[in-house]
Design a protein around this ligand. Structure first.
Ligand SMILES: [Ca+2]
Ligand SMILES: [Ca+2]
Length: 210
């Protein structure tokens, strides 16, 4: 992961091979984080203390008009999200793959469905995993926070990934989103990005797609 960040920083124009290496590192980190953070979802929700209640409600009703979702519904919903964002890589469906891999942890009453309370745990686990992974893959010094050159590498790396995965049309929509990722101040330091801040940014910048 550190190698990839340095590799991106060393080149103004990352090649496809660079991006592939980067995505492989991101993928490994994502699934490691997913298991750990989903198991910790109740604590994450407590720490949010109602902060993202509206976003969770909106996300739930984006995927279903009923009172529950299941793996199939989330898979189809994830395909729609992928089409609106990473349209050049229709198989990406990170949301669908996350739900499929973590479903056993989320479906606490074992009925094969996620009611809203169970869905909220998935929402917390998924976005915390995205936020933590984005820090991990660009955190060259491994201190758990992005700062200085790491912020630059993160912007640059995400722009390259979006170029690879998304059409020009969507790219124009996404550029301003990427430009605002530095600036969250949950830790009262606008120059750094913590995992909690990246998680918050990932949620807030996903809202327009719901
Ligand atoms: Ca259930
Ligand atoms: Ca760091």
């Amino acid at each position: 992961m550190k190698v990839t960040s340095a590799l991106l920083a060393s080149s103004a124009f990352a090649t496809s091979a660079d991006i592939s290496a980067h995505l492989i590192a991101a993928d490994g980190s994502f699934w490691q984080n997913a298991g750990k953070l989903t198991a910790n979802a109740d604590a994450i929700l407590r720490s949010w203390n109602g902060k993202f209640d509206k976003e969770m409600d909106d996300a739930f009703h984006m995927c279903t008009s009923g009172s529950y979702t299941d793996q199939q519904i989330i898979w189809e919903c994830g395909k729609k999200v992928t089409k609106a964002t990473f349209d050049k890589n229709p198989n990406f469906n990170l949301m669908g793959r996350y739900a499929a891999s973590q479903f056993h942890q989320l479906d606490q009453n074992g009925d094969g469905k996620l009611n809203f309370e169970e869905f909220k745990r998935g929402f917390a686990g998924f976005f915390s995993t995205v936020g933590s992974t984005l820090v991990d893959i660009f955190d060259a010094d491994g201190n758990g926070v992005l700062e200085g050159q790491e912020n630059h590498d993160m912007h640059f790396g995400l722009n390259n990934i979006w170029d690879e995965f998304s059409s020009d049309k969507n790219r124009k929509l996404i550029t301003p989103i990427l430009d605002t990722w530095v600036g969250s101040d949950l830790d009262k330091n606008v120059d750094t990005l913590s995992k909690a801040e990246m998680t918050e940014q990932a949620i807030l910048h996903s809202v327009p797609y719901w």
